[in-house]
Design a protein around this ligand. Structure first.
Ligand code: ARG
Length: 564
């Protein structure tokens, strides 16, 4: 039941105003003693030519109390509505039970396509902790949009173009061993890259060699391409391990090099539309006074990161006909996206408004930030493995009898890192701490997963049967059950909001609140006792909570084990 709608309809009947107009006015009071819903009358004062307090009084007298409400009360200019708790709880649980795994699913996105550009790693570069956010935010958005009926296209816009690949080949030809690189992949490539820069400081001519090799890649030289594609393959194989651990997948790996032959038409069009100018040794598009110009070509005709993004946007529009194209990229690139979005707008394409930069903050470790240039970087794989290892020792201590400890440690360790990354608004910078992330009692992934496993264990122990009809809901006549039911009820709305704002953390927070509500219920009330119908009602609530936690975790890319 849509309670806001019920209130809007009743208020409409009492006031003679349209219920569509009243619906958006309804609020959920922060303090539940002020009602479960409140209808403020301030905005009606003008229309009804009365003081808001008087309107509240008058409407409340005329109002027919909806049967789902236990009470209606005027406080100042507000009409407060109190739900009939028992009916509400039963109603909500019935919805969850009926929908099962589909609770919260919707088809509001049906017929619409959203492209999501995320992870977008760089070839031959380590998958460091800085790539964690884009990967897990993007993966979560991919799942959220899909859950809401959108057609989703996950794109890993690989960084596989640039002079650094010429340098890398030069370094390989000088000092590399095929076998060593085969074995150590990204680490070995990183070593070559670092060595190249060290030696190039002493010997300038190395840079020329690098440039020459890059020119060979550009010209399609067989040897250069063979080595380059091999680097690419090794990189993708290595990061594939991480993607598997995180449960992340992509529909396309079309990276920067894919657009080599797709930029010229964009450049031609820019020229045709008189948008391209030669200035300060480069071809640029001027964007007005509030932004520096967008550089599209260097004086020697070389293309740039932005040229490739422009071509990629046109390609995606043509190929997928997206309704929305998201770029999950750190806020350091704010200007880059603002600039080239503007270029598309100036070219006269209305769909420029459908491009959105989903920006996020930095991740650093407690012991200082990371720099890739000097080769001092924190590999994400190491972070994940350390989280798994630490989780395993916690499990060994807490649940010595648990079977499959290794599997559970993986689910919980990796889940903890993902959960933490999606715990706060994306724009916030994060300092990563193993102790915080793995705390089973904090607002963490392990805490929520543990609550899920607790529900599973209760249901297992009592042999819970969804279909049993002998349930006595008076067992749920308490504040703890009511608070939990409210969170169940609000879950579908939270998913919609997370989608609207591209903010997975709203779902993360929801799972935390729900887990807390479950635990309060669990500590205040004996779930399994001798009264079978009452036990069945309490277990049904636990089953509903378990279902919603599981869906919520899935939406942020975290698995929910039944035992831990
Ligand atoms: N590879 C880039 C980086 O690591 C991110 C690419 C983001 N996507 C894009 N279409 N520009 O900084």
């Amino acid at each position: 039941m849509d309670y806001k709608q019920v209130i809007a309809d009743a208020a409409a009947k009492a006031s003679g105003l349209a219920s569509e107009e009243l619906l958006p006015l309804i609020e959920i009071p922060a303090d539940p003693s002020m009602g479960d819903y409140a209808f403020p009358c301030f905005k009606l004062a003008k229309q009804m030519r009365k003081a808001p307090q008087a309107i509240a009084q008058e409407l409340c007298e005329k109002l027919e109390k909806p049967s789902c409400m236990a009470g209606v009360q005027v406080v100042g200019a507000y009409i407060n509505f109190y739900l009939n708790k028992r009916r509400f709880i039963e109603d909500v649980m019935q919805n969850v039970v009926a929908a099962g795994e589909g609770y919260g699913r919707s088809d509001i996105g049906a017929g619409r396509t959203v492209c999501i550009d995320y992870s977008s790693i760089n070839i031959a570069k380590p998958f460091h902790i800085g790539h964690l956010s884009t990967t897990v935010i993007g993966n979560s958005l991919y799942r959220i949009y899909g859950f809401l009926g959108y057609k989703t296209v996950g794109i890993n816009h690989l960084g596989d173009w640039g002079t650094q690949f010429g340098k890398l080949i030069a370094a390989y030809k000088k000092w590399g061993s095929r076998e060593y690189i085969e074995r150590n992949a990204i680490t070995a490539m990183l070593e070559l890259y670092v060595r190249f820069h060290e030696e190039a400081e002493k010997d300038e001519s190395l840079n020329d060699e690098g440039r020459a090799w890059f020119k060979k890649i550009e010209d399609g030289d067989a040897e250069a391409l063979e080595i380059f594609n091999w680097f690419k393959e090794l990189t993708l194989k290595e990061v594939g391990v991480i993607y598997d651990m995180l449960g992340v997948k992509f529909d396309s790996y079309a990276g920067e090099s894919f657009y080599n032959d797709k930029m010229q038409p964009v450049i031609d069009e820019l020229k045709e539309k008189n948008l391209l100018e030669f200035s300060d040794g480069a071809y640029v598009v001027r964007l007005g006074d509030d932004m520096p110009p967008c550089v599209v070509l260097k004086s020697d005709g070389a293309t740039l990161y932005s040229t490739r993004d422009l071509a990629a946007a046109f390609y995606r529009k043509k190929t997928y006909d997206f309704d929305k194209c998201l770029y999950v990229v750190a806020y350091q690139q704010n200007l880059h996206f603002k600039q080239w979005f503007k270029v598309i707008e100036m070219m006269g394409y209305g769909w420029a408004k459908d491009l959105e930069h989903v920006a996020f903050g930095m991740v650093s470790l407690e012991d200082g930030t990371l720099s890739t240039r000097k080769g001092k970087v924190v590999f994400l794989l190491d972070v994940l493995n350390k989280a798994i290892e630490k989780t395993l020792s916690i499990i060994k201590e807490k649940s010595p009898d648990l079977e499959n400890k290794e599997d559970v440690a993986k689910t919980v360790g990796v889940g903890a890192v993902v959960f933490d990354t999606l715990s706060a608004a994306r724009i916030k910078d994060i300092t990563f701490s193993f102790d915080r992330v793995l705390n089973f009692d904090g607002e963490t992934g392990p805490y929520v997963q543990y609550t899920h496993a607790r529900c599973a264990s209760l249901l297992r122990r009592a042999d819970f049967d969804w279909k049993s009809t002998d349930k006595d809901y008076s067992a749920l006549n308490n504040d703890e059950a009511f608070a939990a039911a409210k969170l169940l009820y609000a879950f579908p709305d939270t998913i919609l909001k997370a989608c609207e704002k591209n903010e997975p953390y709203l779902i993360t927070r929801h799972t935390i609140e729900l887990a807390k509500a479950m635990n309060r219920f669990y500590y205040e009330h004996r779930i399994i006792d001798d009264d079978a119908p009452k036990t069945a009602a309490r277990l049904e609530l636990a089953a509903c909570i378990k279902q919603v936690i599981k869906t919520g975790l899935w939406l942020i890319g975290v698995d929910a084990p039944d035992r831990m």
